[in-house]
Design a protein around this ligand. Sequence first.
Ligand code: ADP
Ligand code: MG
Length: 226
Amino acid sequence: MNYILESKELNKSYTISKSNRNHVLKDVNLKVNKGEFVSVMGPSGSGKSTLLYNISGMDRMTSGEVIFNGKNLSTLSEKELSGMRLKNMGVIFQHIHLLKNLSIFDNIILTAYLAKEKSRKEVNKKAEELLEKTGIAELAPNDITMASGGQLQRVGICRALINDPEIIFGDEPTGALNSKASGEIMELLADINNTGTTIFLVTHDIRVAARTERVLFMLDGKISAE
Ligand code: ADP
Ligand code: MG
């Protein structure tokens, strides 16, 4: 079987002091199929964000392996890793970090310019399609300070999709939203998943997890059910 993402005996410890380490992820084994919509649910402090950072190459694991698209992340240089994150992965967070002095449109296209894979014309076209798809086309020229939480998360989703990633990672993507806006964002993610993008979310919210195709449970740094 060809998995898009796999972790084997993934461990992560944080160094607190010389004699004190916090062992957060404990032998996590994960397998995600291409095109799946998966969530990891668990209480606060169970290690969900740590898991997300380590399987997406945002942080370096302590031991074990993460294999994305057949590539072992530990064997990649920082440059290769950041290139992979830029071109093949998209990430959405609870609070998206946008540049306040740029319009919504410019915030979305910025990473496409960094990736240097498409022409300016292609980038603009892609951004327009995404804005249309996420229902915020009329907000494109606006300042980000004028947008609501739900609208900002749509901007975050457009930004995550601008380079046509194979996978979208989400860390509590609806955590800052009311239940109506949260439901709408989950619907949008389901639509995106239906077009073939793999989605991997971590959440403490059962309503979010329930909308994904497969739910894994995390407790004290261990995945308890597959
Ligand atoms: P969750 O996302 O499930 O709430 P986290 O992955 O954020 O859990 O945190 C899991 C544990 O790791 C917690 O005990 C937290 O305090 C600890 N932790 C997270 N990040 C760090 C860090 N950078 N340094 C030290 N400890 C951390
Ligand atoms: Mg977290």
